[in-house]
Design a protein around this ligand. Structure first.
Ligand code: NCD
Length: 306
């Protein structure tokens, strides 16, 4: 059962098998079709600890919790928490667990959520751990793809941009390794998927190809998932300057895509998709932000209801 398996929370996409994914997608679909507020989580408190900036992830978790009748406490910047005074993650978690029933954490360290789960007696949800993972984003991405009429088996998916530092990319590729997909990883050489991620995909016998120029394969794609170059992760500004603006997807590009092609982005966007694309019915990145609500409602309901 999902609830028992994930009683420590949602830490990594690697913990999900196909059955787990299908289960939580189905639970989220129930939430899509039942958009009303409820009091399922009345009396429960969610703590959102955001040590890095966020708009969609934090607000959709908070909105999901409110819509289920629960309450939310937390902070949206490391500057206003005692981390600023030198407190460790472990001590923060051992404190906040006394004030809440579940903790959502975003932190610049790759192993932060895992570490938090080690110390916590309540479920931890990884809302982004450095360049590592962002599993709930990947789950809502799969919900978006399937709710927009596509099957995961047989999907031709392009993932473009910062594949090295982009945590949403890592979780998405890992989840999709449970399906029979063809993945095209599109990036400048400097930002290719790291070896450890490729090794994982090879072990799972995922069919993937690495390319630098998206125009070469655009016509075969069912979905293109674009990501931002993660400026904040670069040790060297000059290295960032060399790759920024590498891709700019425009209306001209849309012309060669399949009729039922969709373009996605976890957002925030910088310049990698031109604003002119927004009005196309193929652009579904704002719909994608909506799917954060049913997916996060489903996750919170699983972890917190009796
Ligand atoms: C992403 C993140 O924080 O990893 N945003 C999100 O949660 N939707 C993507 C990004 O910052 O580029």
């Amino acid at each position: 059962m999902f609830k028992e398996k994930f009683n420590e929370g949602i830490i990594s996409a690697r913990d999900f098998n196909r059955e787990d994914i299908e289960y939580i997608l189905n639970q989220a679909r129930v939430m899509v079709h039942n958009d009303k507020s409820s009091d399922l989580l009345k009396g429960k408190i969610l703590a959102t600890l955001f040590f890095e900036p966020s708009t969609r992830t934090r607000l959709s978790f908070e909105s999901a919790m409110h819509r289920l009748g629960g309450r939310v406490i937390g902070f949206s910047s490391a500057k206003v928490s005692s981390i600023k005074k030198g407190e460790s993650i472990a001590d923060t978690i051992r404190t906040v667990e006394n004030y809440s029933d579940c903790i959502v954490i975003r932190h610049p360290l790759e192993g932060a959520a895992k570490l938090a789960a080690k110390f916590a007696k309540i479920p931890i949800i990884n809302a982004g751990s450095g360049s590592g993972e962002h599993p709930t984003q990947a789950l809502l991405d799969l919900l978006t793809i399937t709710e927009e009429g596509k099957k995961l088996d047989g999907l031709n998916l392009g993932i473009m941009g910062d594949l090295k530092y982009g945590r949403t990319v890592h979780s998405l590729a890992i989840l999709l390794s449970n399906y029979d997909v063809n993945i095209y990883f599109i990036s400048p050489k400097e930002l290719m998927l790291r070896n450890r991620d490729k090794e994982f995909l090879r072990q799972r016998q995922v069919k993937y190809k690495e390319v630098e120029k998206y125009r070469e394969i655009l016509d075969v794609l069912d979905v293109l998932y674009v990501t931002r170059i993660q400026k904040e992760r670069f040790a060297d500004v000059e290295e960032y300057d060399r790759v920024k603006g590498f891709y700019i997807f425009t209306n001209e590009d849309l012309k060669v895509t399949k009729d039922n092609f969709k373009i996605m982005h976890p957002l925030p966007r910088v310049s990698e998709i031109s604003a002119e694309v927004d009005s196309s019915s193929k652009a579904i990145y704002f719909k994608q932000t909506y799917y954060g609500i049913p997916m996060r409602k489903a996750i919170l309901a699983e972890l917190l209801s009796f």
